[in-house]
Design a protein around this ligand. Structure first.
Ligand code: F6R
Length: 610
């Protein structure tokens, strides 16, 4: 969602904020703006488009001052234009704020403000909040009190940063439902919506908690609740390196992240996998071992790609541990009055650890007495903090909006989790060892697939002009088909659907003609023969077949227009390897179509609004 950076210190704030915004652009990129405090005035520059468009239109060197805020927007209220871009000011122009989230009762507040004679320039809920704080300041005469009073009347979510000319040496930050961290430097402080915007300046950070506020000055900071109770903050260390936020010679973050997968997958099991014992050591779960031993049901809750990972997890756990598993869209879960018992273990799967729907789902599960776990990538994220225990993915920062390496790391962690549960129950040593060895072979196998990227690039060129593609797979490869379709649609804007292959004849087959390419995951497993029949059905209707097949399968090349082979692995791990050519296919098709792969239209990383 939107990106926020604030700075207060000894240096010029504008260049620091602009560089921070560039790091945050993957969160939202439809407009950008900065506000620098140059007492007695606020200098504000904002522009629809990306941060480079702002730089092209404004001489940033003229924005002088050592306190300021910046914002990169993902529109919720009002179209992306210069006026709706943040920062927004109060009526007097003395107070400016940037806001991430949604003020749900903004219309009620706006009505009151209009009745009191206030006017508005933008269509945003955020401007209403700025004007409201300004009005309260006029009555209370104290900015902190004005912000606190406003926030106690607000319904909805916010990550909020306020600067002003009335308190030029102070920044106020507050969060509810939208992450904010403080960067702690030497006589300088930053506030940002994620660590990537502060790491160039400091590795020391404080994660603000729900309903917490921070008051930052040039020499220190305090934290308290919005209800004005002092809180104790813990300083954490950022765990990744600055160069992980660079493209490292790749044309796009997405391609870099696809190529990182041999390493990120290995990082997901390094120090955990016990091959000789056919087991894993998952330190993050020790506190809940008894709960896991007695669990009657596992419920995964997640969104998008992470939900697809949960579907793979269902096959893994039901097969290896024989525990019933349900996989729930987080956005639906809490609204359908789910039946949850204390014997249930509810697991949130999330790359960002900030997805609002997933967070809401686990809060609901906890309320109903379940043990709540997290499989999360971002260390210190809200889901990681709000779960009883969990397993980190260790995929490193994922910047490309389309999730790639986080997905395969989720599958890595889910495989280990299933193995762990299985070995607690009925899974024998030999089968445990088979899974462990297969897992350990995956990084080299991914590497081998990546070496054939040029074949996939050539196929992508041939199909870049199509309007629809169908993705089919069976069993554990059905979720991989769903994920392949999602990857393609989100970055290339080609309509794509995933189905269990056998479902094709129950409807989608009506779509098949010479213009409808069908991607089959047709590896050699127990459903291979059935998949071949499905391929024949497509061919009989002149559909073009792209097959993801097992290495050495000579039979399939006679049936498919194109064959992309992947090495043989344990059947339960096929989705990991099948995902690699599907990611590359989506990537190269999108590039061929001239799409902005890292910043697809309408999307943003980390969806912190419901
Ligand atoms: C797709 C994608 C999204 C996310 C979804 C959940 O490429 O990135 O579908 O998977 O928004 O996000 P997290 O995993 O951060 O909870």
């Amino acid at each position: 969602m939107c990106g926020i950076v604030g700075y207060i210190g000894q240096q010029q704030a504008a260049p620091i904020i602009i560089n921070g915004l560039k790091r945050l652009e993957y969160r939202g990129y439809d407009s950008a703006g900065v506000c620098i405090v140059r007492s007695p005035e606020l200098d504000i520059a904002k522009k629809a488009g990306r941060v480079v468009d702002l730089e092209a239109n404004v001489d940033i060197s003229l924005l002088t001052g050592t306190t300021g805020v910046g914002h990169t927007r993902w529109a919720t209220h009002g179209i992306p234009n210069d006026v709706n871009a943040h920062p927004h000011t109060d009526a007097s122009g003395r107070i400016a704020l940037v806001h991430n989230g949604i003020i749900e009762n903004y219309l009620t507040i706006k009505k009151k403000l209009v009745a009191a004679g206030y006017g508005f320039r933008s269509e945003t809920d955020s401007e209403v909040l700025a004007v409201f704080i300004g009005m309260l300041y006029d009555t209370l005469g104290d900015l902190e009190s004005a912000v606190r009073t406003a926030l106690s009347e607000v319904e909805g979510t916010f990550g909020l940063v306020v600067v002003s000319t009335v308190e030029p040496d102070m920044i106020i930050a507050a969060r509810r439902g939208s992450p904010l961290i403080l960067g702690i430097g030497n006589d300088e402080f930053l506030v940002a919506s994620d660590a990537s915007a502060v790491i160039a300046h400091t590795r020391q950070v404080v994660y603000l908690h729900e309903n917490e506020m921070a008051i930052l000055t040039r020499t220190g900071f305090t934290t308290k609740t919005i209800a004005n109770v002092e809180t104790h903050s813990v300083i954490d260390e950022i765990t990744f390196e600055l160069d992980q936020l660079e493209k490292g010679g790749f044309p796009h973050f997405m391609l870099k992240e696809i190529y990182e997968q041999p390493m990120t997958f290995r990082d997901g099991y390094r120090g955990r996998l016990l091959i000789d014992e056919g087991n894993v050591r998952l330190g993050g779960l020790t506190s809940v071992v008894d709960k896991l031993r007695s669990a009657k049901r596992i419920i995964f809750t997640a969104c998008g790609t992470s939900w697809h990972a949960g579907l793979v997890g269902e096959y893994l756990i039901e097969h290896l541990a024989r525990i019933p598993v349900e996989v729930e869209y987080a956005s639906e879960f809490r609204y359908r009055n789910p039946i949850i018992t204390p014997d249930d273990v509810v697991i949130a799967i999330s790359q960002s650890g900030e997805t609002a729907d997933t967070l809401a789902a686990i809060r609901e599960a906890r309320l109903r007495g379940a043990t709540v776990l997290g499989m999360v990538n971002v260390v210190g994220s809200t889901i990681a903090r709000e779960t009883d225990a969990g397993v980190y993915l260790h995929a490193g920062p994922e910047i490309g909006v389309a999730s790639t390496k986080a997905f395969t790391s989720q599958l890595c962690v889910l495989t280990q989790f299933a193995l762990y549960l299985g070995r607690m129950r009925q899974l024998g040593l030999e089968e445990g060892k088979n899974i462990a060895r297969a897992l350990d072979a995956i990084p080299d196998q991914i590497h081998a697939i990546l070496e054939k990227a040029d074949v996939i690039e050539a196929i992508a060129k041939e199909y870049a002009g199509v309007s629809n593609i169908l993705y089919l797979g069976r069993g554990v490869n059905f979720p991989a088909a769903l994920e392949g379709a999602l990857k393609l649609k989100e970055i290339s804007y080609i309509h794509a659907e995933g189905y269990p292959a056998a479902e094709m004849k129950h409807g989608p087959i009506a779509l098949i003609d010479e213009n409808m390419p069908v991607v089959f995951i047709a590896t050699k497993d127990e459903s291979y023969d059935k998949i071949l029949s499905n391929i024949q059905e497509v061919r009989a209707r002149n559909g073009k077949v792209i097959a993801i097949a097992s290495e050495g399968d000579d039979h399939i090349s006679a049936l498919a227009s194109h064959v992309l082979t992947i090495p043989t692995t344990h059947p339960l791990l096929t989705p990991v390897l099948a995902s690699i050519p599907l990611q590359l296919l989506a990537y190269y098709i999108a590039v061929e179509r001239g799409c902005n792969v890292d910043m697809p239209r309408n999307l943003a990383k980390s969806v912190t609004v419901e």
